[in-house]
Design a protein around this ligand. Sequence first.
Ligand code: SF4
Length: 260
Amino acid sequence: MTDKSVSYKDMINDMQNYLLYLKGIGIEELPAKKTEVRGQGPALECIYRGSGGGKTDIELKGGSLNLADEALTLESIREELGDCKRCKLHQTRTNIVFGVGNPNASLVFVGEGPGEDEDIQGEPFVGRAGQLLTRIIKAMGLKREDVYICNVVKCRPPGNRNPETDEIATCKPFMEKQINAIKPQIIVALGTHAAQTLLNTPVKITALRGKFHWYRNGIRVMPTFHPSYLLRNEGKKKEVWEDMKMVLKALGLKIPEEKK
Ligand code: SF4
């Protein structure tokens, strides 16, 4: 594929998310349109029938596409993940680190992958970097239980190396399903890998952070520095706090006064 090409899977995923977004804002009908492919007659007729019985249904000429993501729950996604061996990270993990927090959260934090402590405990962001994230959440006037926390890859990369492209590609659909199930207003992407994966871009975190980007379904992403980077670069905490203030404002929440 060229840089500008899009896979059918991504296209269908985007179409699916867009239709769910339309449904969310109350649009229950779309006009049917026949498309002519030169020399081959009408190629596609698309009829959106709206929702019924918990399903959204699109009829395509010669078949239909069921948009089952609507029925997703975090439990069903975890069940589908099972004792996952879909990528090589399963060989060295102790526990799958699925995610933790409020299944109806307005705010989701996504990191890149579990570290050693997370691998042992099976919970994301519980080591030193995790404790810093917890302090950031508290400084925002929230509790860990108010938000949802997960990672792009659910198994620890050995030696805390960066997750590789094939591992991210294999695990990413489960993060996307988690987001589809939770339907947050805002996602905070912690670090380069989370931001690049969510936004499908090679742009570095330094250029991405400090402003909102669109994800899907009207969900916005605020990229910011990963807490483990902050442990090594104390001076960057101020920038993260500026990002979190923008998140609070966008959520309509009060910005707690900074401690002098
Ligand atoms: S990282 Fe994700 S895809 Fe790979 S084995 Fe773990 S759960 Fe499965």
